[in-house]
Write a new protein. Structure first.
Length: 235
């Protein structure tokens, strides 16, 4: 399938209701409103195809950009490619659920994510923290430096309340993921979460929301899910 054929199939799958949901979350035109599960039959026809993924991502169409992440070949992507993708990720559903997810399947994931976390750019920071969440929730604990992850928890504790809004979500998710999926620092994550307390996030015109990772860690523990690892990063 070429670019034109994929765009036609995506357009045919678009739903106005789904489009409105994406728009309310920060997407903008052009987009069709394709539910992610509806993309699976197209993926089965194409499998992984990096050149086509690059063409789709470059369209600026949200659905095409999302599908680019589905068919991307992460190991064929360089750091420069990921920088280009994160620069094009104009809202969190792209930065955190396309770019960060794709990066998490590479050998350069931690190196790139570290730079993004240190960037002071909201969606880069969000993608960097979320990349670690995808990594910790998938890879063996032995692949990570316990000291490094502990330092990252301390960084969250000291900066989360003053971080940009989307970065707050990602940092909160990081504390939760360490507490559930990285057993060497479960106790420390719980301790940090308690020190941090509820995290207020501003949702524009809507009422502020408070995030509390402790409740979710405790729910996971009650269900016997401590140590949980995903079999795959991408579905």
């Amino acid at each position: 399938m070429n670019l034109e054929m994929v765009m036609q199939e995506l357009e045919a799958l678009g739903k106005e209701r789904t489009k409105k949901i994406y728009l309310s979350n920060g997407a903008h035109e052009p987009l069709f409103g394709v539910a992610t599960g509806e993309m699976k039959p197209i993926f089965r026809k194409i499998k992984h195809n990096q050149p086509l993924a690059e063409q789709l991502y470059a369209t600026g169409n949200y659905d095409a950009m999302y599908f680019a992440g589905v068919i991307a070949d992460p190991k064929a992507m360089s750091e420069a490619d990921f920088e280009r993708w994160i620069d094009g990720a104009y809202f969190y559903m792209l930065s955190d659920f396309v770019v960060a997810v794709t990066l998490a399947e590479t050998d350069i994931a931690q190196e790139v994510a570290d730079k993004w976390i240190a960037s002071d750019i909201e969606l880069k920071m969000s993608a960097g923290w979320n990349c670690y969440c995808w990594l910790l929730g998938n890879r063996p604990d032995s692949e990570f430096s316990e000291g490094k992850i502990a330092d990252m928890l301390e960084l969250v504790k000291n900066t989360i309340h003053d971080a940009p809004e989307r970065t707050k979500y990602a940092m909160n998710n990081f504390m939760y993921t360490v507490g559930v999926s990285y057993l060497p620092l479960h106790d420390k994550a719980v301790e940090i979460v308690k020190e941090v307390g509820p995290v207020e996030v501003n949702r524009g015109s809507a009422k502020s929301k408070f995030l509390n990772a402790l409740d979710n860690i405790q729910k996971a523990e009650n269900r016997g899910h401590l140590g949980f690892k995903r079999k795959h990063v991408r579905c």
